[in-house]
Design a protein. Structure first.
Ligand code: XIL
Length: 379
């Protein structure tokens, strides 16, 4: 009786154990998502554009809802789109994007208030074509910032207040903003944005942020703003990077230098181009262009297997770096959802076939996607 009981108990126990092992194994293999895997690290975002909002890219939208918890409009909030004429604001697409975000519990980032690109020429002139004075342009800047920020007050997590104010030589860029207003245009933009939505986070955003010349200039700029009593909540590294830049040690020292200012660090526009870069061009000034040749567009029909692996390894080493600074990094945002809609198909050369994101043209996760996930799942 006893032995029968114990055999029965043993069998039952074995069944339970086996089931538990099977469930736990299948659980650990269960597909997760980027936003869930990184929930204790930082927010995980992507840029979306007006075609997403108009319902033209449903497969991308499914990825957005599944994988990300933050969205940034790729162009919709830039001055030329949201404020195309002096007395006309175009809020329709942004309103739709906000509705989508709120329905799906996504944070929204405002990109961008003050920039030298994608800002119409009229901004810097009077109606009669005469160049604007400092006072006039400050008034116009204030009106733009107040109107746009106030409309989405309390609903936008943070704003890229000023984009790309430092030139490649580390000096303040000679933009129209600086030429007409003076160096304090940056401070004024932050002040106007803070007044319009005191609870929104305010960021400075730029490219090549890992280069020592840019890094030192941005550290100087932000410390001067802080000394003037202007609170900067975060510094955004755009992250339009390549297979060989930034080297990890320079990325590391840049993140450390920004974090030392006591601000959040954000990777705001991440994409890694695996295509050839014969000009060793690293920036992202959208006015720079090169000529299309066969050698600069080598894979029009698909990325070779070896390159898929190289891209995955590259993403992994960058995310290892981000994870090391997870206490300082508050968000990592990709500049696009899937390869087919990446701006890098047309920049810095029009008409290339590029593969910089985590999802391919068929909206499937790439090897790079799993490599990124594994930087946290393998902990
Ligand atoms: C790019 C968009 O992706 C393109 O669609 C547009 O034609 C040009 O601008 N740095 C930035 C982004 O801050 O706003 C830029 O986005 C890419 C470089």
């Amino acid at each position: 009786m006893n032995s029968k009981f114990s055999i029965h108990a043993l069998l039952k126990c074995a069944t339970i154990c086996l089931t538990t092992v099977l469930i736990s194994t299948s659980c650990s293999k269960q597909p997760t998502t980027l936003k869930d895997a990184f929930q204790n690290y930082y927010l995980f975002g992507t840029a979306i554009n007006v075609r997403h909002i108009r319902g033209k890219l449903p497969e991308d939208m499914a990825i957005v809802m599944r994988e990300f918890n933050t969205i940034t409009p790729e162009n919709m909030l830039k001055w030329e789109k949201v404020h195309p004429e002096p007395d006309r604001f175009n809020f329709g697409p942004v309103d739709s994007m906000m509705a989508f975000a709120e329905k799906n519990g996504l944070h929204v980032i405002g990109h961008t208030l003050i920039w030298h690109s994608q800002t119409p020429g009229w901004v810097f002139k009077y109606d009669d074509g005469e160049p604007a004075t400092r006072e006039f342009l400050l008034q116009r800047m204030k009106h733009h910032i107040e109107t746009v920020v106030d409309r989405y007050k309390g609903r936008i997590l943070g704003w890229d207040v000023v984009n790309e104010a430092i030139d490649d030589n580390g000096e303040l860029r000679n933009s129209k903003w600086r030429e007409i207003i003076g160096d304090d245009y940056i401070q004024k933009a932050f002040e106007y944005a803070r007044a319009a939505d005191p609870d929104a986070q305010l960021y400075y955003n730029d490219y090549d942020m890992w280069k020592p010349v840019k890094r030192n200039a941005v550290v100087k700029l932000v410390s001067e703003l802080q000394a003037q009593g202007v609170k900067v909540d975060g510094i955004g590294l755009q992250g339009h990077w390549g297979m060989d830049y930034p080297i990890i040690s320079l990325g590391d020292s840049a993140i450390a230098a920004y974090a030392a200012l006591g601000v959040n660090v954000l990777i705001t526009e991440l994409d890694i181009s695996p295509l050839p870069n014969p000009w060793a061009f690293t920036g992202a000034d959208i006015s720079k262009r090169f000529q299309l040749t066969d050698e600069t567009n080598p894979w029009p029909n698909g990325l070779p297997d070896s390159m898929q692996t190289a891209l995955a390894d590259r993403y992994a080493e960058l995310f290892e770096l981000f994870n090391k600074y997870d206490k300082n990094i508050s968000r990592v945002t990709f500049w696009g959802v899937s390869d087919g809609m990446s701006w890098l198909n047309n920049y810095p050369i029009r008409g290339r076939t590029n593969y910089p994101l985590l999802f391919d043209r068929n909206h499937q996760p790439k090897r790079a996607y799993y490599a990124v996930l594994n930087t946290v799942l393998n902990k």
